[in-house]
Design a protein around this ligand. Structure first.
Ligand SMILES: O=C(O)CCC(=O)C(=O)O
Ligand SMILES: [Fe+2]
Length: 200
């Protein structure tokens, strides 16, 4: 819902703002939201932590993991294939739902990046992975990253497995997680895609 940030503005201003919002949505489909009530301090801290701390630290963890996988697979240069590859981050929020048996937070899927690093923000269970036809819950460990293999399955010629997973909702508690999808460099991705197409 759009709400004027100061909250106490006159009815007239509110109507004017709502009209401007409507126009921006109709004519541009893009707009910048100011006076939203989140303090500069919180925003600056968030920017700093995402840019200078979290993503740099993840980059470090990713290269350590990939070097080790590279040795394990006997596939030199795996870490290099991900160097300067795109990373995208998704913050997932799952509100509690009393009809939790009738809904899913995320339906069964496997991720489309190369490798995924997932951080559970709170310790609420919900993630399940499919193993031998059964859904197994993943117990949240505080401060652990949950790592899952995606297109690395193709890159490892099937030696590593990309596993289907889903998210079930808790009836009482909300859940939050931060997923970082790590892609190989674009040229590597297209090389593997055309190889995979060639195999069909
Ligand atoms: O929230 C989770 O634990 C799972 C998230 C997930 O599978 C995804 O973002 O692709
Ligand atoms: Fe996923």
């Amino acid at each position: 819902m759009y709400r004027s940030a100061s909250g106490d503005c006159e009815q007239e201003t509110r109507e004017e703002e709502a009209m401007k919002l409507g126009l921006a949505c109709q004519e541009w489909g893009f707009f910048q939201l100011v006076n939203h009530g989140i303090s500069d301090e919180v925003i600056e801290r968030m920017k700093y932590e995402i840019q200078d701390q979290y993503s740099l630290e993840l980059e470090r963890i990713k290269s350590i993991l990939l070097s080790s996988m590279s040795k394990n697979l006997g596939a030199e240069g795996l870490a290099d294939m991900f160097k300067d590859g795109m990373q995208s981050v998704r913050i997932n929020y799952y509100p509690p739902c009393h009809h939790s048996s009738k809904v899913l937070g995320l339906s069964p899927h496997s991720d489309g990046s190369g490798l995924t690093l997932l951080l559970q923000v709170n310790q609420v269970e919900g993630l399940q992975i499919k193993k031998n036809g059964r859904w197994l819950p993943i117990k949240p460990l505080s401060s652990a990253f949950i790592v899952n293999i995606d297109t690395l399955e193709i890159m490892s010629h099937g030696k590593y497995k990309s596993i289907e997973h889903r998210l079930v909702i808790n009836p009482e508690k909300e859940r939050m997680s931060i997923t970082t999808f790590c892609m190989p460099r674009l040229d590597v991705g297209s090389r593997f895609n055309s190889q995979a197409r060639g195999r069909k």
